[in-house]
Design a protein around this ligand. Structure first.
Ligand code: PFF
Length: 474
């Protein structure tokens, strides 16, 4: 544990870890991926993967982090001879993720402003346009996209500069419960719209047809989503584990984080999908614009109160996104501040937070300018056909999808796979058990953990990675 620098309370740690897990992945990603991957079938695979892989990897990461008391890079360097490099891969993912995460966070900020405009009847409100029209106009306004992205990134940096206790813990302890309350209000609205029952059926009525049609596609998308949503496979839970006290239970904390994360994802699904079915039965039920188009239509249909609901909702999504983006930045910043402190250079947190943000902003501006592929920018893998950049695979729809494919699709499952191999073959699973039991409680799930970490989780990871490669390239 990092003496004196960690979380003040276990509740603070939990809120920060839940804050990292719960974010755009749950509120934006889960409904839109569930919508385009067969509803119930996606949910089923997601839950199976969370239990067999997510939980196991989370326990492993928290335990390794607490054992060394260091960030991801040092943890792998200290613990392993063969996997020393893994920490660096784990630190590259947050860079890629942050670039599109801040872009999306910026979109949410824009929607707070938009709904405020609606509330006061300003010209910068929706102005009678449909959700889809407003969104596509915004996507082609490149300078606006960049400005909102930068504002979002700046907000995240300011909090990380405040450090773990002053910034992250205080921010998450209030924000997370507030988000849950707001989601309940929107679910009630969405599920009581005429026609919403179709959306509920889509989510919960057993239907295995999508699995027969495209099993690997659903598996790959659900697997990537699970890693992204639980913040796994890239060192964040190692970093947060390093702040955990010896007396805290790793297995219980991991379970709590997973349950909260899954509940919020389901709540977001309930807030968005029934509304998507109710408002436009023949329209698209998935895709990146769902959160911005469908829910904005819900708010616009609520009369004068819609503006208020819209402001509160998107503000809370911004908050959930910030609690995640600060954890992404924290992975990068922790390493460099630790190294500087070890060399006796003092506390360099503020300087490194700024440098990391500058590096992220370069890629982020590109994602913002791309506007989800609305502005004709070249995306890796696209070919020029008759003077037009043409999509050749699902990942090169836009820069966001491409970076999402690299991070959530490949690097996170690979990071988790190698961590499992390291634990089962090099360190041996008892290293994790000893760390878990350092809290004074027996690790009751040790047998389960051992079988999963050595066999089941790596195999499923291979299937997920294989599915991603097949989806993207063939
Ligand atoms: N889990 C976050 C979400 O669902 O939005 C995203 C994320 C945060 C991914 C932190 C990875 C991470 F390390």
């Amino acid at each position: 544990m990092r003496e004196g620098k960690g979380f003040k309370s276990t509740f603070g740690f939990l809120m920060a870890a839940v804050g990292s897990a719960v974010g755009l992945g749950n509120i934006w990603g889960f409904p839109n991926k569930m919508g385009s991957n067969g509803g119930f079938a996606f949910l089923l695979i997601y839950l199976i993967l969370a239990v067999l892989c997510g939980y196991v990897v989370m326990v492993g990461e928290l335990a390794l982090g607490r054992k060394t008391g260091k960030g991801a890079i040092e943890t792998y360097q200290i613990l392993s001879r063969r996997f020393k490099w893994l920490g660096w891969m784990a630190t590259l993912s947050p860079f890629l993720i942050l670039s599109f995460y801040c872009t999306l966070g910026g979109y949410c900020l824009k929607y707070v402003v938009l709904n405020f405009g609606n509330l006061i009847g300003a010209s910068w409100g929706t102005n009678g346009l449909s959700g889809a029209e407003v969104f596509s106009t915004f996507m082609t306004n490149q300078s606006e996209g960049v400005i909102y992205g930068i504002v979002f990134l700046l907000l995240s940096v300011l909090i990380v500069m405040g450090g773990v206790r002053g910034g992250i813990e205080r921010f998450c302890t209030v924000g997370m419960p507030a988000l849950a309350v707001m989601l309940v209000v929107i679910i009630i609205r969405s599920c009581t719209l005429p026609g919403a029952a179709e959306g509920l059926k889509f989510m919960f009525m057993p239907n295995f047809e999508p699995l027969k049609e495209n099993f690997f596609g659903v598996l790959a998308t659900a697997g990537g989503q699970m890693f992204f949503s639980l913040s796994l496979g890239m060192g964040i839970m190692i970093t947060y584990g390093s702040y955990l006290k010896k007396e805290d239970s790793i297995t219980k904390n991991a379970l709590t984080i997973m349950i909260f994360d899954t509940i919020v994802a389901l709540m977001a699904g309930l807030a968005v999908l029934p509304a998507a079915f109710a408002l436009d039965p023949n329209g698209s039920k998935g895709g990146p614009s769902l959160l911005f188009v469908t829910l904005q239509n819900v708010f616009d249909n609520m009369g004068p109160l819609g503006g208020v609901f819209g402001i509160i909702f998107y503000a809370l999504v911004v908050l959930a996104a910030i609690t995640s983006s600060i954890s992404l930045l924290e992975v990068i910043v922790t390493h460099f501040t630790d190294v500087a402190a070890a060399k006796g250079k003092g506390d360099k947190r503020k300087a490194y937070s700024l440098i990391a943000a500058l590096a992220v902003s370069a890629l982020m501006v590109l994602v913002c300018l791309d506007g989800l592929g609305s502005n004709g920018l070249w995306v890796p893998g696209q070919k020029l056909v008759d003077g037009v950049w043409t999509i050749t695979a699902t990942f090169n729809d836009c820069w966001l999808d491409f970076l999402d494919m690299l991070s959530e699709g490949l690097m996170m499952p690979l990071g988790a796979l190698f961590m499992c191999v390291m634990i089962s073959l090099e360190l041996k699973p008892r290293v994790v058990r000893d760390e878990v039991e350092a809290s004074g409680h027996k690790m009751k799930i040790y047998g389960y953990f051992k079988v999963c970490v050595s066999v089941i989780t790596p195999l499923l990871m291979l299937l997920v990675i294989g599915g991603q490669i097949r989806e993207f390239f063939f």
